[in-house]
Write a protein that binds this ligand. Structure first.
Ligand SMILES: *[C@@H]1O[C@H](CO)[C@@H](O)[C@H](O)[C@H]1NC(C)=O
Ligand SMILES: *[C@@H]1O[C@H](CO)[C@@H](O)[C@H](O)[C@H]1NC(C)=O
Ligand SMILES: *[C@@H]1O[C@H](CO)[C@@H](O)[C@H](O)[C@H]1NC(C)=O
Ligand SMILES: *[C@@H]1O[C@H](CO)[C@@H](O)[C@H](O)[C@H]1NC(C)=O
Ligand SMILES: *[C@@H]1O[C@H](CO)[C@@H](O)[C@H](O)[C@H]1NC(C)=O
Length: 363
């Protein structure tokens, strides 16, 4: 009797298993009240990215994230529950009854959720695109606008076609946020994005302090970036939309088979990575913050930074260190002041500004 039952069940179990594999490999979309359970995943249509569960070496914490799918090195480009890891493999990613995408643990506690108001929760789909964007929509055709996109809520990676920017009307900003450590995706100290100023510039913040500025965008490059006109950054551009009410930077390369991304690493470096199929690993293709001069305000006001000189800081013509003792110890942060009689001060300020302008344009 028992034997009969189990041989009856076996084909059912096998087809169930295949069904699961199908869900794991064929679909790029999650639908309302359908979930994936650890270790299942969905894969973008062309197979470039997958969305699912992962962990780091030497840790039992589990995360839901987007990873490159076709390469042998685990490469995470986005993490949902970055600040609240799953403590075991009982996690579930699902669209909740109210139409939000949520990460649940085994006790059905919500560890992460998209914050959206959804008027047609039963029609909601979450689709992973080959760009690496995860898009929450009402229905397969999606209507004209998405409810939520991972590209508007980045982790530490800036992927092609992402729009990193600021909308001055709504105050909405799209920034990357560094991880805390190489194997800890929780919020780190650094963020990166675009700041409009008078002319837009790329900025890295250390918490709320400006840590690095690219210099203004001149229509082709950020004039403060030494290597910006190399091939690696050719695909970059800055766009002003809506009569200067919103700005964003983005990039796109014509060579679609090239795997490349930019990451704000946990130490605040903005690093480009290229997949080298021959080596079977990522190679760093671009890095800013490579010299002391790359740090914002290194030589202070009216100071000039030249990484080829020792010391690297000097004062603009007609200026003197504000604090000679600190300056001689290599602490240049207070910069320089006009060290000449007041009567000629205005003239000299003009000179210094012109000179600085020249230095900037010379990159
Ligand atoms: C994991 O731990 C082992 C042993 O302590 C160590 O050799 C290895 O480098 C660690 N791996 C990572 C990625 O930290
Ligand atoms: C969604 O589906 C559930 C179960 O099928 C149903 O009870 C609920 O009324 C539906 N909600 C809407 C807004 O259609
Ligand atoms: C495009 O990128 C791939 C992978 O890096 C490379 O092998 C190929 O030569 C590139 N094609 C062109 C036209 O540069
Ligand atoms: C982040 O900031 C905290 C507090 O200032 C500091 O202790 C920590 O070392 C910083 N981490 C990195 C990677 O800079
Ligand atoms: C450099 O000088 C500034 C201003 O006096 C001070 O706040 C800062 O702590 C100094 N930095 C170092 C590394 O001594």
């Amino acid at each position: 009797m028992g034997k009969t039952i189990s041989s009856c069940l076996l084909p059912a179990l096998i087809s169930c298993f295949y069904l699961q594999l199908q869900i794991g490999t064929a679909s790029d979309t999650l639908r309302a009240s359908k979930s994936i359970k650890d270790p299942e995943f969905i894969i973008s249509q062309g197979g470039v990215f997958r969305l699912g569960f992962f962990s780091f070496a030497n840790s039992t914490n589990r995360y839901v994230g987007i990873l490159y799918n076709q390469i042998p090195v685990q490469t995470v480009v986005w993490v949902a529950n970055r600040n609240r890891p799953l403590k075991d493999s009982s996690g579930i990613l699902t669209i909740s009854d109210d139409g939000k995408l949520v990460v649940l643990n085994g006790k059905a506690e919500i560890l992460w959720s998209t914050h959206v108001t959804n008027l047609v929760p039963n029609a909601t789909t979450a689709q992973l695109l080959d760009s690496g964007n995860l898009v929450l929509n009402n229905g397969d055709n999606g209507g004209s606008s998405s409810l939520w996109e991972s590209f508007q809520h980045p982790s530490n990676v800036f992927l092609q076609t992402m729009k990193m920017g600021v909308d001055l009307k709504t105050g909405r900003k799209v920034h990357t946020r560094s991880w805390k450590g190489p194997d800890d995706p929780s919020d780190g100290n650094f963020s990166q994005g675009l700041e409009p100023f008078n002319i837009p510039e790329g900025v890295i913040w250390n918490n709320n302090q400006i840590y690095f500025r690219t210099g203004p965008w001149n229509g082709h490059i950020y004039i403060g970036l030494i290597d910006m006109n190399t091939v690696y950054l050719d695909g970059f551009y800055v766009v002003a939309d809506d009569d200067g009410k919103s700005y964003y930077e983005t990039y796109k390369y014509s060579n679609k088979s090239m795997l490349i991304y930019y990451e704000l690493d946990y130490e605040g470096r903005f690093v480009g990575r290229n997949w080298d199929a021959g080596k079977g690993d990522w190679i760093n293709s671009y890095q800013i913050l490579r010299t002391d001069c790359d740090f914002y305000g290194k030589c202070g006001a009216f100071g000039i930074c030249d990484r080829m000189k020792r010391p690297i800081c000097s004062c603009s013509k007609g200026f003197k260190p504000r604090n000679a003792e600190e300056w001689s110890r290599g602490n240049w942060s207070r910069g320089c002041f006009i060290g000449l009689p007041l009567c000629s001060a205005k003239e000299i300020t003009t000179m210094a500004v012109e000179e600085q302008g020249k230095v900037m344009m010379g990159f």
